[in-house]
Design a protein around this ligand. Structure first.
Ligand SMILES: C[S@@+](CC[C@H](N)C(=O)[O-])C[C@H]1O[C@@H](n2cnc3c(N)ncnc32)[C@H](O)[C@@H]1O
Length: 309
């Protein structure tokens, strides 16, 4: 970068991010432009269990061919469509998300069998739980959210969207770790610095700063250390964020793989084109200029050491 983008100086924190991501000049400029312009958001609609198998949304949808990884019960509203204005939205037939959340949810396509006992540890407002329900029947699912107000929204969405076999809880990750309960699928959609919010035009001051990134990374490592303690033999753990900095992504996973024996990151064939070049294990990152929403990170871990796994 020559220190300028569209005749505005590139800030120190912006430069720090693109150099940590080891982007070439064109990619760096594309990322910074997306963060400054704030219009990289792209909507997607996830059908809920209320929608019959042959349901088609009551609004115009775009072709899905550019997104081969898109889970089946996810549709792409056309630019002019207003899915949240339709009666079916109020009836809980579908839920609206940024396409990058669906990209993260597509990691679940690598599961070898439907989970018997699953938990979404950071669940509100419920997007990842809905993406799970769109791909597998929920047998025994826990949607957990520590913040009471957000838990209320989560409970509302779980009920509205007709998620069966799902309980809403509010324990902290360390309380789950102490509980002795075990799950064969854990979702950790971690609280993060939310750098991708900038690409959706949402103000998020300080999200590029070292203290926000380091503070979030510390919290993420703590949540993950608790999550692995809730894993049944052979369990899968999907870690996702909506931020770009490697400290909150690849380095959190590297820390867990170093600290906790018996875990490995597994390949997600559907996301192969997005494999991160910042680590030597399979992890995936989406950037706004990939054209699938604001961006994110995902890595699927598997417990492999227990005799039963
Ligand atoms: C990225 S959001 C989850 C979004 C949700 N999975 C979805 O797809 O709709 C992260 C969630 O983690 C919760 N959270 C914040 N601090 C936490 C902590 N220390 N442990 C667990 N969850 C936390 C936040 O309240 C927030 O709801």
């Amino acid at each position: 970068m020559n220190g300028e983008l569209n005749s505005r100086p590139v800030a120190k924190n912006e430069l720090r991010l693109v150099s940590r991501l080891r982007l070439d000049e064109a990619q760096a400029a594309a990322l910074l432009r997306a963060m400054r312009e704030g219009n990289a958001s792209r909507r997607a609609v996830v059908l809920s269990p209320r929608a019959p198998v042959d349901y088609t949304p009551p609004f115009l949808c775009a072709a899905r061919s550019a997104f081969p990884w898109l889970p089946e019960r996810v549709w792409l509203p056309a630019d002019e469509a207003t899915p949240t204005a339709c009666e079916d939205y109020a009836r809980g037939m579908y839920y609206v998300l940024d396409l990058s959340s669906c990209w993260e949810g597509a990691a679940l396509s690598a599961l070898t069998e439907p989970p018997r006992r699953s938990i979404d540890l950071c669940a509100a407002p419920g997007g990842k739980t809905l993406l799970l329900a769109a791909q597998f029947p929920l047998h025994d699912h826990t949607a957990n959210e520590v913040h009471a107000a957000r838990r209320g929204i989560l409970r509302h969405n779980v009920e509205l969207c007709g998620l069966s076999n799902t309980r809403v809880t509010g324990l902290r990750p360390d309380q789950w770790a102490e509980s002795g309960k075990k799950f064969d699928l854990l979702l950790v959609d971690a609280p993060c610095s939310g750098q991708s919010l900038l690409c959706k035009g949402i103000k998020n001051p300080g999200c590029l700063g070292a203290s926000a990134v380091q503070g979030n990374a510390k919290r993420q490592r703590g949540i993950m250390l608790c999550a692995v303690r809730c894993a049944a033999p052979g369990a899968h753990l999907l870690y996702t964020t909506c931020t770009y900095d490697p400290e909150e992504n690849e380095r959190v996973i590297a820390y867990i793989l170093r600290r906790v024996p018996g875990w490995r990151a597994v390949e997600i064939p559907a996301l192969a084109p997005f494999r991160s070049s910042l680590c030597d294990f399979p992890a995936y990152r989406l950037l706004p200029h990939h054209g699938a929403g604001a961006g994110g990170f995902c890595c699927l871990l598997r417990e492999t050491e227990s005799p039963e796994s």
